[in-house]
Design a protein around this ligand. Structure first.
Ligand SMILES: Cc1cc2nc3c(=O)[nH]c(=O)nc-3n(C[C@H](O)[C@H](O)[C@H](O)COP(=O)(O)OP(=O)(O)OC[C@H]3O[C@@H](n4cnc5c(N)ncnc54)[C@H](O)[C@@H]3O)c2cc1C
Ligand code: FES
Length: 234
């Protein structure tokens, strides 16, 4: 159990949660959060947004019952945290771009803090949030509102591109990676797939991901996959 330090509403439906306790993890890993009793039955997966001296931070968007209950948390409330889970982004060297769309920026602040000199690209359909927190960690920060943030990224400039965002953005990033490769660049594109999950620990197969080598689990084999491994069916 952790204790809520703060749970601030940033913009419409987006909250920044700071929890006290001895929590950590690698970049791109996630925790299963629970701020209720027996119902809803399942805890909810949320990425590590940042780790600080007092605890751990999350950034979440209210989309349903679980996240709505999280949004009601106040300073001093107890919250259940299990984790960290998942593989996370790999440790890499060379030039790195972090590309986030909407609430997909959540895992990238921790990446920006851990990976010096990365370029950061953040895209929003409406009002941006948490962009200033990236500024001091990014070699270059690009923020787009209302457009397609991937249009601002030249994949061939980077050895590694980490992407988190909505499904169409992940597919587009995969295609950009393929184009960059066929033009001769050696860019590794990593996608964080925030699939629906149930158990979060590899037991239920709800989070199944189609990959070139068969079905894999987003919760234990992922959530981070090399883009070229993933088969998008829609
Ligand atoms: C590894 C991982 C990391 C994540 N990190 C974050 C994060 O940092 N911040 C954040 O805001 N969210 C994150 N998510 C998504 C978050 O877990 C879901 O939004 C949350 O579980 C929804 O719970 P709910 O009870 O509010 O909504 P529900 O009542 O369960 O669902 C409400 C609606 O949202 C849809 N939905 C629920 N979960 C997902 C999902 N995973 N993908 C697409 N649609 C979904 C449902 O289909 C339904 O339409 C992450 C998911 C995964 C798997
Ligand atoms: S969520 Fe149960 S196997 Fe991944």
């Amino acid at each position: 159990m952790g204790t809520v330090i703060s749970n601030e509403r940033l913009t419409d439906g987006v909250y920044h949660l700071n929890v006290e306790g001895d929590y950590g993890g690698r970049i791109g890993q996630f925790y299963m959060l629970r701020a209720w009793g027996a119902y809803p039955i399942l805890s909810r997966p949320v990425s590590i947004h940042a780790v600080n001296d007092n605890g751990i931070e999350f950034l979440y968007h209210v989309v349903g019952e679980g996240t709505e209950l999280l949004s009601r948390l106040e300073q001093g409330d107890a919250i259940g945290l299990e984790g960290p889970f998942g593989n996370g982004f790999p440790e890499v060297e060379g030039r790195v771009a972090l590309v986030g769309g909407g609430i997909g920026i959540a895992p990238l602040l921790y990446c920006a803090r851990e990976l010096p000199n990365c370029d950061v690209y953040l895209g929003f359909s409406r009002e941006p949030f948490r962009t200033e927190e990236f500024r001091s960690h990014a070699a270059k920060l690009t923020v787009d509102v209302g457009g397609l943030i991937l249009d601002s990224v030249d994949f061939s400039e980077y050895d590694h591109v980490f992407v988190c965002g909505p499904h169409p953005m992940l597919k587009a990033a995969q295609l950009k990676g393929i184009s960059a490769e066929s033009a001769g660049s050696k860019t590794n594109v990593y996608l964080s797939l925030e699939n629906r999950m149930a158990c979060g620990i590899g037991a239920c197969l709800v989070c199944s991901v189609s990959c070139r080598d068969g079905q894999r689990k987003a919760c234990t084999d992922g959530p981070v996959f090399l883009a070229e491994e993933v088969l998008f069916h829609d």
